[in-house]
Design a binder for this molecule. Structure first.
Ligand code: ADP
Length: 403
């Protein structure tokens, strides 16, 4: 690597999509960003935004057969901007990997052994890890000599104590099948908890933060002095908060009940709980904007969906307050957390005794910046802290390859 190599390409490979961003770590500038979707279909689409030149967004439509073709198309788009993957300025590729199990506690330089290890975790991440591996294989084939780094969604949560990570089931069965709580969205929880400390003018070691990552998927975490001590997602991203299409917490006996009494198969129940539950299950919409619009029109189902969502959120704030003992800040992030003032207001309402309150005027401000929304007199800061998972993946990748 030469000293001029400061660029990092961040790849987030899904089963039929690849999201990417090219960042320059010399100054954190975003040079390009884009998305390939519907890979393998006739209606594939690549949308590329050349941020470095400020040029127009470019689109390609028509069949992109597989991830290999997708990445080659991305490489061509980047090359057209003078940012090709063969540039000596490219320091590394950082891959988002969803499941790192208990093994991967840090960003990891990718080798054949690392790929094999990520493969061994497929039983606990059947939807995500195969797609992540495909992305890694494709990128390594394209640039075999370039350092590539895996950044795991689970890594930040590996500091959870056993008391938080263990399910109370038979230990041998649990261990034989990797059944424990891993947590996800770790890159976001790490970034946002650090940014929240910064907003308070403190070092991460000095503060306890409850992070509420509320996107289409949603999770909460309790972060003590920069280390995660509990998080709401578990073996898979299904546990915890009410999400766009996932149920979050429920009595596990619901599953046996549906199998025995509704004649549903395991796959049907899996699909019900992951894709047809949460907000969409409760009211038919998973977008908080649409739900708020319906609430404002007096729609009862939308109101109930909103209330169930907020009730669960409030329970987790209380639970993590108890886990941490003292709390310096509650930070809202991701699509809903950053934009939905009514969710923030309702989640914190009535928690004055815990030192938590939201200032209505500050909460109504729309901004892309990290900001406090609690009154100046509040004991606990309530903050909106936009997340940036791509920047965090690039930062961790660059730190590893430039060390
Ligand atoms: P993910 O990365 O999990 O797909 P995001 O963090 O982008 O999700 O969040 C997407 C969700 O954010 C949308 O489904 C929608 O519910 C919510 N959202 C986005 N913008 C707004 C807004 N202005 N007001 C309320 N909710 C919003």
């Amino acid at each position: 690597m030469t000293s001029t190599a400061t660029r990092v390409l961040v790849l987030n490979s899904g089963s039929s999509s690849v999201k990417y961003q090219l960042l320059d770590m010399a100054d954190g500038a975003r040079l390009a960003a884009g998305l390939v979707e519907r890979i393998g279909e006739d209606t594939s689409r690549l949308a590329h935004t050349p941020l470095a030149t400020g040029g127009e967004k470019r689109e390609r439509t028509g069949r992109i057969a597989d991830h290999d073709a997708a990445l080659k198309a991305v490489a061509e788009e980047l090359a057209a901007d003078g940012l090709g993957l063969d540039s000596p300025e490219l320091a590394a590729i950082g891959h988002r990997v969803v499941h790192g199990g208990s093994k991967f506690t840090e960003p990891t330089l990718i080798t054949d052994e690392v790929v094999a290890e990520i493969e061994r975790l497929i039983p606990v991440a059947p939807l995500h890890n195969p797609a992540n591996i495909t992305g890694i294989r494709t990128a390594r084939a394209l640039r075999p000599e370039l350092p590539q780094v895996a950044v795991f969604d689970t890594a930040f949560h590996t500091t959870m104590p056993e008391s938080a990570a263990r399910y109370a089931i038979d230990t041998e069965t649990a261990d034989a099948h990797m059944v424990r709580r891993y947590g996800f969205h770790g890159t976001s929880h790490a970034y946002v908890s650090r940014k929240t400390a910064e907003l308070l003018g403190k070092a991460p070691e000095e503060v306890n933060v409850i992070v509420l990552h509320l996107g289409n998927g949603a999770s909460a975490s309790a972060v003590r002095g920069g280390r995660c001590v509990d998080t709401s997602m578990g073996l898979t991203p299904l546990e915890g908060l009410v999400m766009g299409t996932r149920s979050g917490d429920l009595d596990p006996a619901v599953i046996f009940h549906l199998a025995r009494n509704a004649g549903m198969s395991v796959d049907e129940i899996d699909s019900l709980l992951n894709k047809k539950s949460g907000l969409i299950g409760l009211c038919g919409d998973n977008d908080m904007r649409e739900i708020r619009r319906r609430v404002d029109e007096g729609d009862e189902r939308a109101r109930l969906a909103f209330d169930v969502y907020v009730h669960r959120l409030k329970k987790y704030i209380g639970a993590y307050y108890a886990v941490l003992g003292t709390v310096d800040a509650v930070a809202f992030t991701a699509g809903v957390g950053e934009n939905a003032a009514p969710v923030r207001e309702a989640a914190v309402a009535g928690l004055e005794a815990l030192g938590l309150a939201v200032d209505a005027d500050l909460n109504a401000v729309r901004s892309g910046d990290a900001r406090l929304i609690s009154p100046a007199s509040a004991r606990v800061a309530v903050a909106v802290v936009p997340t940036d998972e791509e920047l965090e993946i690039a930062t961790q990748t660059y730190a590893l390859v430039s060390a």
